[in-house]
Design a protein around this ligand. Structure first.
Ligand SMILES: C[S@@+](CC[C@H](N)C(=O)[O-])C[C@H]1O[C@@H](n2cnc3c(N)ncnc32)[C@H](O)[C@@H]1O
Length: 397
């Protein structure tokens, strides 16, 4: 499965849309704001560009896309006001995969600009916002054009669901394997078999997954993240900063519940449909979530290996699976059970991929089952996502 072609958040503003079901991701953005602020002020301490290049990678659509940009402009504007100097010109790029609902972002721009003009006197003529369709696992921007890069809730998506053992990749893996103390290349990769064939009844890493599945996922992440860093290194100015927040885990062990149990329950919901012969077992076995929740050491290792960035800050915070009830006052989600809210959040993100693989007709039933299973799990467990936040600085060349 090539993620570039199939992944997009649910479009529009309907009941199952990402726009209406992204409060959890919105809370992640707000929680990481102090790190964003520290990074931007760090840039402005060193240099005060007249025109500042900003990119949000994996912007999606809905309220969060412009929330980040508004926060960034606020921080820069407040600093300029303190210093008694005019705000720079803002060159803002919103990036996502080509299937993203860019139209709905563009449609909300007039209201966004009106608000910026009223509150800060910044409108067209000082702030240029464009959409950039493409994968962040590739070059997206001209050389040395960006001062600040942000990405939230996006980098845990891999570029593909299975790792294909090309000769070049195998050589890379052998080098990595030495470094992360895996004694040999994972058999899944050696034989060209997909991790799925070895991960029966599961759609992501699970307690029962063989070691080679864990290794294949980790190596795919390392490979993707290295390309990501290399691409941004070329696009950013020296002293430029990047704040990335993504799903992750605290432990080195990738099978802990905090990093994979949401997928475990989704696999159980799918399995219940297999038992009822509504989905073929083979369909379940051949689906691998193109997702990976890394630990801080994996981020550090890739950054050190790539070599263009200094780590300024690396931390984590917890987020409730349903984002926390306090966020939901005034939303239509409040009357729902916690399981139903979690299911709606997850559905808005994964439905495009699931629909393609398991069929559109199964979606309502699948996510209803999932909601019940999540409710049951939450009645006995304290379920939190772990969100890693890293702030890095581009070295002088
Ligand atoms: C869960 S959404 C997060 C959106 C937004 N940043 C937020 O916090 O609400 C993840 C986004 O990452 C995008 N994405 C995933 N892989 C990508 C890639 N390789 N290049 C660009 N965008 C990607 C998805 O299309 C999706 O819109």
């Amino acid at each position: 499965m090539e993620v570039m072609k199939v992944l997009h958040m649910n479009k529009g503003d309907g009941e199952t849309s990402y726009a209406n079901n992204s409060a959890v991701q919105g809370k992640i953005i707000t929680t990481a704001k102090p790190v964003i602020e520290e990074a931007i002020l760090g840039i402005l301490c060193e240099t005060f560009p007249e025109s500042i290049g900003i990119a949000d990678l994996g912007c999606s659509s809905g309220p969060n896309s412009l929330l980040v940009i508004s926060e960034i402009i606020d921080i820069i504007h407040a600093k300029c006001r303190n210093l008694g100097r005019p705000s720079p010109e803002f060159r803002v790029s919103l990036n996502d995969l080509p299937g993203n609902d860019f139209n709905s972002i563009f449609e909300s721009l007039p209201a966004f600009f009106k608000k910026q003009k009223q509150e800060k006197g910044i409108g067209f003529g000082r702030c240029y916002i464009s959409g950039v369709a493409g994968s962040f696992y590739d070059r997206l921007f001209p050389d040395k054009s960006l001062h600040f890069v942000h990405s939230s809730s996006s980098l845990h998506w891999l570029s593909q669901a299975k790792t294909v053992a090309t000769k070049k990749l195998k050589e890379k893996l052998v080098r990595f394997c030495g470094e992360i103390k895996i004694r040999k290349v994972p058999p899944a990769l050696e034989t060209n078999a997909t991790p799925a064939a070895l991960n029966k009844g599961k759609i992501y890493i699970s307690k029962s997954s063989p070691q080679c599945v864990l290794d294949a996922y980790s190596l795919q992440f390392q490979n993707n993240f290295l390309i990501f860093l290399k691409s941004r290194a070329a696009e950013m100015v020296a002293g430029g900063r990047m704040v990335l927040s993504l799903m992750g885990r605290r432990s080195i062990d990738p099978t802990t519940e905090e990093s994979c149990y949401q997928w475990e329950l989704l696999a159980q919901a799918l399995m219940s449909l297999v038992t009822e012969r509504l989905i073929e077992e083979e369909k379940l076995d051949s689906f691998n979530a193109p997702y990976y929740a890394p630990c801080p050491e994996e981020l550090k290792m890739a950054i050190q290996k790539e070599g263009s960035f200094i780590i300024d800050r690396l931390g984590h915070f917890e987020i409730d699976w349903d984002g926390g009830v306090e966020e939901l006052t005034n939303t239509t989600l409040l009357p729902l059970s916690r399981g139903q809210r979690v299911a709606k959040t997850v559905r808005a993100v994964v439905e495009s991929m699931f629909e393609l693989h398991f069929g559109k007709a199964m979606m309502d039933l699948l996510f209803a089952r999932y909601a019940e299973m999540v409710d049951d799990y939450l009645s006995k467990n304290r379920a939190k996502y772990i969100n890693l936040v890293i702030s890095i600085i581009k070295k002088d060349n």
